[in-house]
Design a protein around this ligand. Structure first.
Ligand code: GLU
Length: 390
């Protein structure tokens, strides 16, 4: 059978494939502790689900406008003004997506040609480089080092630019390191992207789950940046809505117009009733959601402090997000074998740091937003396992 080079050269998604593997093991009756993909343990809050069921029962089961329902886009505009200080025109500057990944795909389809270079962070979310390559683009990595709190410098960023550079993908709050880019970081990106006429795609899926005194900032709200920034947001993480596959893009009208054509051909529209749930999620979060966020912060603190108490491992409390990005300080042991053996010996699944880029060779990613019981047992097993390696 002759298949495309695109698929033959493609790696699997390590986050999705390890989560699938653990699910399969469970279906075969095995006990597995899954801290791999960033999927919270809690269900979607009832006020969101109930409104969606009601919409389905009332016949809201047909395709919508390719841009998404007017009511959804209007709710997004209210959310952007309230949470992000962005004044968006819901008619021209917003389009509904099936989560950030699909948003990224259409953003790149709209902006890069084969042979164009796209700057990504190293480490970065596992699907960025792959999607760029599907489109014939070339990912160019800029390394984020722990010593620099997982930020890039202006010199590093500028050094990565060539005549072929077309776009930069920035993830803030960052997956997997948990860094929130401050205004100085974003100013650097604004300056460089303006100087070299680049598009910036910002993945802001963790914008609402920010810990301590940290504050999420939007590049699009920096002077002159709206027209060259494509902001990706979704409800997957903050509202435990991963299975809904829903989010949106905010950008200048010209980009949204072009993306709309892609959306018409590729998916027609985002599922109609799912947009009703997402519309509700754009409102002020209710007590249940606020309680989720408070619990998650406690869990992230618990996991990071427990890991730091283990000999041979260390991690920072992230500024935001679900993950303990954990450094393996055991001579001769790198992430690939560590993660593989941890699953084999202790039935604990984490994500091998290398899947986020070679800067992750001595790290693994542990998702903290699981049940307290799972966390306690999973960390006990992690302790056992690490002890044996020392
Ligand atoms: N984005 C999440 C993660 O980093 C979910 C998995 C995925 O969609 O790749 O784990």
């Amino acid at each position: 059978m002759i298949l495309s080079e695109r698929v033959r050269n493609s790696l699997v998604s390590s986050t999705v494939s390890i989560a699938d593997k653990t699910q399969k093991l469970r279906e075969h009756g095995e006990t597995v502790f899954d801290f791999s993909a960033g999927r919270a343990f809690e269900p979607t809050p009832a006020y969101i689900t109930n409104a969606t069921i009601h919409a389905m029962q009332n016949g809201d089961t047909h395709q919508t406008m390719a841009r998404g329902k007017t009511s959804y886009r209007e709710a997004i505009a209210v959310k952007l003004a309230r949470d992000n200080g962005i004044i968006a025109n819901p008619e021209t500057e917003i389009i509904a997506t099936m989560g950030c990944k699909q948003g990224l795909m259409i953003s790149l389809l709209a902006t890069i040609n084969p042979g164009d270079e796209v700057i990504v962070e190293n480490p970065c979310f596992v699907s960025y480089k792959q999607i760029i390559q599907y489109l014939g683009g070339i990912p160019v990595e800029v390394t984020l080092s722990e010593e620099n709190n997982f930020r890039w410098t202006k010199t590093q960023l500028e050094a990565a630019i060539t005549r072929k550079t077309r776009a930069i993908i920035v993830c803030s709050p960052h997956n997997p390191t948990g860094t929130v880019h401050n205004s100085e970081d974003l100013q650097i990106i604004a300056e460089i992207s303006t100087k070299y006429n680049l598009i910036v795609i910002t993945d802001e899926v963790y914008e609402r789950v920010v810990w301590g005194g940290n504050k999420h900032l939007n590049l699009a709200s920096f002077p002159g940046m709206k027209e060259r920034t494509i902001t990706l947001m979704s409800f997957t993480k903050s509202f435990s809505m991963g299975g809904w596959r829903v989010g949106f893009i905010y950008s200048g009208a010209e980009i949204i117009n072009q993306i709309e054509k892609l959306q018409q051909h590729l998916i027609t529209s985002v599922n109609s009733f799912v947009q009703v749930g997402a519309t509700i999620a754009c409102g002020e979060p209710d007590a249940e959601v606020l309680n989720y966020w408070a619990e998650w912060e406690k869990k992230v603190e618990f996991v990071t402090s427990t890991i730091n108490s283990l000999q041979g491992l260390s991690c920072r409390m992230p500024d935001a997000g679900f993950y303990a990005w954990t450094k393996i300080n055991i001579p001769g042991i790198h992430s690939g074998e560590f993660s593989k053996m941890l699953l084999e010996k202790e039935r604990v699944a984490v994500v091998d740091g290398t899947s986020f880029g070679d800067a992750g060779k001595y790290y693994f990613r542990f998702t903290c937003v699981k049940s307290w019981d799972e966390l306690e047992e999973g960390l006990r097993r992690l302790r056992n396992f690490t002890k044996c390696l020392l």
